[in-house]
Design a protein around this ligand. Sequence first.
Ligand code: HEM
Length: 171
Amino acid sequence: MDGQDGLHPDLAGLAFLLGVWTGAGRGCYPTIEPFEYLEEAVYTPGPGKPFIAYRQRTRRSGGGGEPLHAETGYIRPAGPAGAEAVIAQPTGIVEVHTGEVDSGRVCFRSAAVERSPTSVEVTRVVRRIQVEGGVMRYRLEMAAVGKPLQFHLEAELFRDPPPAEHPAARV
Ligand code: HEM
C-alpha cells in the first residue's frame, strides 16, 4: 500500500470492525412475533480515507429463508475514542449516531432518527458492537411504535468465510 490507498491512520481504533462477517441472530419486540435470522455484514475501509463503508443483509433462518432487513451506511472516526455513523434502511428510516469506542467495542447512540412519511415510527436506536478474537457480537435496542427503548436484536457473527457446514455460509 502506498499510503493513498492504505488504511487511513485515523481508522486504527475502529479497525476491529473491518471484514466480512456472517452468522446468526434473533430478534423480538413487544408488537411482533420473535424471529431468527442469518446475516452477512461487510465493513470496508475507505481507500486512504477516514471512513468505513458498512452494509448488511439478512434472511429468516429455519423455515422460509426469505430476505428480511438490510441496511447500509458509513462509520467515521471522531477523535481518539469516538465514532459517528449514518445508516439508511429500505424501510425509510435513517439513523445518525455518535459512538464511544473502547478497545474492540463501540456503542452507538442515535443523535437523530429521521423517517420518510410512510415509514414506521422509530425514535431512538442504540447499537452495541463487540469484537473478540474474530467473533462479532452486537445488540440493538430501539424505541419504536410508541414503546420505550428496549431490545430488538442480538447476533453473533464470524469474520471471513465461515466453515461451509455453518448455516451462515448460506446467507
Ligand atoms: C438484523 C436486522 C433486522 C432484522 C432481521 C429485523 C427483523 C424484523 C422483523 C422480522 C420484524 C417483524 C415484522 C416484519 O416482518 O417486518 C421487524 C419489525 C420491526 N423492526 Fe426490525 N429488523 C432488523 C433491524 C431493524 C432496525 C435497525 C430497526 C430500526 C432502527 C428496526 C425496526 C423495526 C420496527 C420499527 C419494526 C416494526 C414493529 C411493529 O410494527 O410493531 N429493525 N424487524
